[in-house]
Ligand binder design. Structure first.
Ligand SMILES: NC(=O)c1ccc[n+]([C@@H]2O[C@H](COP(=O)([O-])OP(=O)(O)OC[C@H]3O[C@@H](n4cnc5c(N)ncnc54)[C@H](O)[C@@H]3O)[C@@H](O)[C@H]2O)c1
Length: 430
């Protein structure tokens, strides 16, 4: 039997499923050109978007108001009027660091219940090679009763958004596209070319596109892991890592990575999707997982260095007051997901220190909900035995090294995780 025709350009009605950091900018991008429905199971999220508010700060209220072809709904029945479904739900890991595909499976079921003959589903969520066709497509087939590549088609186009980055936006980043047949690949590619001014790269298959996405973040994770390992070595050698990197960086092909905490829900998470799949097929990755272990240990290492400095100054850690500046997983953004600053806090608390965390970007409710942390809303000068600059938010840089030190008692320890303050103004840095 002939495959169903793909939607014509003038009859394309897009649904974006999952309106987070990735889904909302995408829905706005499509909503400027095509009738688009933004769908999310979180009713509070739909309510705020209908009021033109985006708490992730990725899209402004003006942009939301200026996108009249974009509507929002938490009612899955509304998806029935769409014929292209783009899935942008989270792909986290569980406590044992295995892929948690629950949101992806649930979104696939939602699509399966809504898709009609001729429909197309495109996944953007980061997964391992094979997940779209092995996990998602069978769920859609079962729920819809439609046949894959006959009645409906699939594609995969990984997101490359960088939260908080106002320069590299959806439209200005080349987008990898793919499809389950050559015709589906052409359709998906043409769809994205309507909104991506930087152009597209059509991969030869869905699996190639899935693999490309997951290695982008794995490569970054490993590069940072190498620099973190160098920082551990240089600390033992009494060398300042930033000074060594500045010297080495004068060579044209030395890559400019810095040591630090690797958080967020991409770089520290996605490699586990790849290693999971590798293990499933009997290959046990060594380099990727050892890099992960080094990066996951950096929070404890930072706290240990601060504690050593405190002890050298005869400051008791038990009962000490420690201030951690920044909780977000990176600077100038409110994203708390998988922030590794919590490892620093946890290590200090294991020594019975009193830790205050201050972050002007993140929501206090979210910090309490996600990590049980009550954020300090005010900074009290002269209170602390140690001050740690954990995230280089604009506000902290503007505050400057002297005023940061003045938050502590005379003789306090100031530690700069981000190498953002002058070396001679801090006691140590990563
Ligand atoms: N944020 C990034 O920087 C980034 C970059 C590249 C790729 N990605 C990938 O994109 C995907 C989405 O990430 P994000 O940052 O946008 O996540 P997010 O947590 O910001 O948003 C996900 C949204 O999906 C909704 N959702 C969850 N399950 C749903 C379901 N079954 N049906 C409908 N809505 C559902 C949630 O309510 C939430 O609003 C992930 O796979 C991630 O790895 C993220």
């Amino acid at each position: 039997m002939d495959a169903a025709a793909l939607p014509r350009a003038d009859e394309t009605r897009v649904a974006v499923i999952g309106l987070g950091y990735v889904g909302l900018p995408l829905a706005v991008g499509f909503g400027r050109r095509l009738p688009t429905l933004g769908f999310d199971i979180n009713r509070a999220r739909i309510a705020e978007l209908r009021e033109h508010r985006d708490h992730t700060l990725e899209v402004s209220s003006e942009e939301l108001k200026a996108t009249p072809r974009l509507t929002f709904s938490a009612d899955a029945a509304d998806l029935a009027r769409c014929n292209v479904f783009i899935v942008t739900v989270p792909t986290p890991i569980d406590a044992a660091k295995r892929p948690d595909l629950a949101p992806l499976k649930s979104a696939s079921l939602t699509v399966g219940n809504a898709i009609r003959r001729g429909g197309v589903v495109v996944f953007e969520s980061t997964v391992y090679p094979g997940a779209t066709e092995e996990v998602c497509v069978p769920i859609i087939e079962r729920a819809s009763g439609l046949r894959f590549n006959v009645d409906f088609h699939a594609g995969y186009s990984p997101e490359r958004i960088n939260p908080g980055d106002k320069q590299h936006r959806l439209e200005t980043i080349t987008k990898v596209t793919s499809g389950s047949t050559p015709a589906a690949a052409d359709f998906v590619d043409a769809l994205y070319r309507q909104i991506i001014t930087a152009g597209t790269h059509k991969a030869s298959s869905i699996r190639v596109a899935e693999a490309a996405k997951v290695i982008e973040n794995t490569q970054r994770d490993l590069n940072i892991a190498l620099i973190n390992e160098l920082a551990l070595i240089f600390h033992r050698l009494g060398l300042d890592t930033s000074e060594v990197l500045a010297a080495a960086g004068t060579k044209w092909n030395f890559l400019p990575f810095k040591p630090g905490l690797v958080g967020g829900h991409c770089i520290g998470v996605d490699p586990y999707y790849l290693t999971h799949k590798a293990q499933q097929i009997g290959y046990h990755p060594e380099v990727i997982l050892s890099g992960r272990r080094i990066n996951d240990g950096m929070g404890e290492h930072i706290a240990q260095r601060v504690i050593k400095l405190m002890i050298q100054r005869r400051i008791h850690t038990a009962g000490a007051h420690i201030l951690v500046l920044g909780l977000a997983f990176k600077e100038n953004c409110p994203d708390l997901r998988n922030t590794r600053v919590v490892d620093v806090v946890r290590e200090f608390r294991s020594y019975h220190a009193n830790v205050d965390v201050h972050d002007p970007w993140v929501s206090a409710d979210e910090a309490r909900q996600e990590y049980g942390l009550d954020l300090a809303s005010e900074l009290v000068p002269g209170k602390y035995d140690a001050v740690i600059l954990a995230v280089a938010h604009r506000q902290f840089i503007e505050l400057g090294a002297d005023r940061i030190r003045a938050l502590g008692k005379p003789g306090c320890v100031v530690f700069d995780v981000k190498q953002a303050l002058p070396r001679d103004k801090v006691d140590d840095r990563l």
